[in-house]
Design a protein around this ligand. Structure first.
Ligand code: PEP
Ligand code: MN
Length: 357
C-alpha cells in the first residue's frame, strides 16, 4: 500500500535556518490541533508541526493517542496553515497510513529505536519512499542502537535522515526527566556530520521552566534545530502536561534564543540586554531546581540518620565538603568568601530540613 509522494523542497537542510518542530505531545481534538498550528505558523511560518497520533505509553490505560482520525486533522493543518506536518510511527502500518495521508515528516520514538526488529520493519515499509525520517535516541544511553537505526534507514535507501536528541533515562538524574548527556549527541554529530541533529528540550527536561535553558545550550553547541512540545492549555494536556509550552511561551523562547543566524540581528537591534536577562532567568530557574533537589536529598539523609540514631551535625563531613568546595570555587573563578557564605546558608537550611518531621 505505497503511494506516490510528490516531494516538496527538502525539509531538513543542514546549515540553513534553525529548524523548528513544534506542536502538542498528542493530538487531542481537531480544534486543539488546528488552533495550535495557526499560532505556531504565526511565530515561525517555516516550522514543521508535530503531533503524536499513536502514543507509546509506559502503562496501558493512560491516553494512547487519538489514532487515525488525527491524521485527517494534520491534513487540515497543512491546508489551513501551509505548515509541514510530522508524527511518530512505531509500526509499518503507521507508515502506510501516514504516506496515504500525505504526512511530510516521520519520526521514530525513543521506545522504537531501542528495538532493532521494529526499526527494521519500519525500514521495510519506508523502502522506495523519499519521506524525511527523524530518529530519536534510544531511551537508555546506548549510542550503538542510535547509530544502528541510522544505518538501517540508510540501507533502506532513505536519504533524508535527521536525528533527535531527547536525553537518556538515568535513575540518578535529579533535575531533568532525561539526562542530556551532551557528549553522546556530540559523538553522533561527529560520526554523521551531514545528518541534521535536533534537540528535544521538552523530553530532556520534563519541566516547562527548564525548556528554554536546554534549548539555548543546544544552540550554543551547534544543533541544527529544536523540537518543542506546544499545547494551548498545557496543564490539562492528556500527555506530558508538565513539559509543554503555550504558543505564547514558545514565542518568548524563540525571541530570546541566540542562534548563529539571529545573533547579528539581535545585536544590531539592541536586544542584547533582553537576551542576557532571559538567560539570567533561565539560570536562576536552574539554580532553584538544583537547590530543591539538594534539599530533598538532605531530607532523605535526615530520615536515614534518624532511623539509625546518628546525630544530625557531622562536623568532619561538613569540613570535608567546604574544603572541596573551596578548591572547586577557585577552579571556577568564584570568590572563596562568597562560596563560604552561600554554603553556610545552604547548610543551615539542610540542617533545618533534617530536623523537620
Ligand atoms: C514524543 O515525542 O511525544 C515522545 C513520545 O517522545 P520520546 O519518544 O522521545 O519519548
Ligand atoms: Mn511527549
Amino acid at each position: 500500500m505505497k503511494t506516490e509522494i510528490k516531494e516538496k523542497a527538502v525539509l531538513l537542510e543542514k546549515g540553513k535556518k534553525t529548524i523548528l518542530i513544534a506542536g502538542p505531545c498528542s493530538a487531542e481534538t481537531e480544534e486543539q490541533v488546528v488552533s495550535t498550528a495557526k499560532a505556531i505558523a504565526k511565530i515561525e511560518p517555516n516550522a514543521i508541526y508535530r503531533a503524536g497520533i499513536w502514543k507509546p505509553r509506559t502503562r496501558p490505560g493512560s491516553f494512547e493517542g487519538i489514532g487515525l482520525i488525527g491524521l485527517s486533522w494534520l491534513k487540515k493543518v497543512k491546508e489551513e496553515t501551509g505548515l509541514k506536518v510530522a508524527t511518530e510511527v512505531a509500526t509499518p502500518k503507521h507508515v502506510d497510513y501516514c504516506m496515504l495521508q500525505g504526512i511530510d515528516v516521520l519520526w521514530l520514538g525513543a521506545r522504537t529505536t531501542v528495538n532493532p526488529f521494529s526499526v527494521q520493519e519500519i525500514c521495510e515499509a519506508l523502502r522506495g519512499t523519499s519521506i524525511p525520517v527523524l530518529i530519536k535516541n534510544p531511551v537508555h544511553a546506548d549510542l550503538q542502537l542510535w547509530i544502528g537505526a541510522i544505518e538501517r534507514l540508510k540501507k533502506s535507501n532513505i536519504k533524508n535522515i535527521g536525528v533527535i536528541h531527547r536525553g537518556f533515562h538515568n535513575h540518578q538524574e535529579l533535575v531533568y526527566r532525561n539526562s542530556p548527556r551532551w557528549e553522546l549527541a556530540i559523538e553522533l554529530k561527529t560520526l554523521f556530520p551531514d545528518i541534521p541533529i535536533i534537540c528535544d528540550p521538552s523530553h530532556i527536561t520534563g519541566k516547562k521552566q527548564l525548556v528554554s535553558g536546554i534549548a539555548q545550550q543546544a544552540m550554543d553547541i551547534g544543533f541544527d534545530g529544536l523540537m518543542i512540545e506546544t499545547h494551548p492549555d498545557p496543564i490539562n494536556a492528556l500527555s506530558d502536561a508538565a513539559q509543554q509550552l503555550t504558543p505564547a511561551e514558545l514565542e518568548k523562547l524563540m525571541i530570546a534564543l541566540v542562534t548563529r543566524e539571529t545573533s547579528q540581528y539581535n545585536m544590531a537591534n539592541g536586544n542584547q540586554l533582553e537576551i542576557l536577562r532571559e538567560r539570567i532567568n533561565q539560570t536562576d530557574e536552574h539554580l532553584l531546581q538544583v537547590l530543591s533537589s539538594r534539599m530533598n536529598i538532605a531530607k532523605s539523609i535526615g530520615d536515614y540518620k534518624k532511623e539509625n540514631s546518628i546525630s544530625i551535625l557531622q562536623t568532619a563531613r561538613w569540613e570535608e565538603i567546604i574544603g572541596s568546595l573551596h578548591q572547586r570555587a577557585e577552579h571556577l573563578n568564584l570568590n572563596k568568601d562568597f562560596v563560604t557564605k552561600l554554603y553556610n546558608c545552604i547548610h543551615d537550611e539542610s540542617i533545618k530540613k533534617q530536623t523537620q518531621h
